[in-house]
Design a protein around this ligand. Sequence first.
Ligand SMILES: [Zn+2]
Length: 123
Amino acid sequence: MDKKDLEHFEKRLLEEREKLLRDMEQHEASSRNTQRDASGDLSAYSYHMADLGTDAMEREKAFHFASRDTRLLYHIDQALEKVRRGEYGQCEECREDIAKGRLDVVPHARLCSKCKEKEERSK
Ligand SMILES: [Zn+2]
């Protein structure tokens, strides 16, 4: 991978990172709103019994998003670290180069498609 490629993928990673952080902020804001609603007006409690299930589900969904996003953010940061160390684009398993086509789709990929397949099969 030459310098131009590295710059290209570093830019992609930074873009992904920014987008992800924006998404996370949005999820956080929406989960805050849900919590305020749930602890809201007590006199309206009985009317809202049916809604409570939905609130819990929304909160769970927000939590889900958060942990998935956190993991993704971690992988993106790891990939950026690898760009700086000059190891970007190398499979962590077999040390072969990861196909650029794959990195274009998943810029934070840790494994080449062969090792990824193996990992998925072993699950
Ligand atoms: Zn590999």
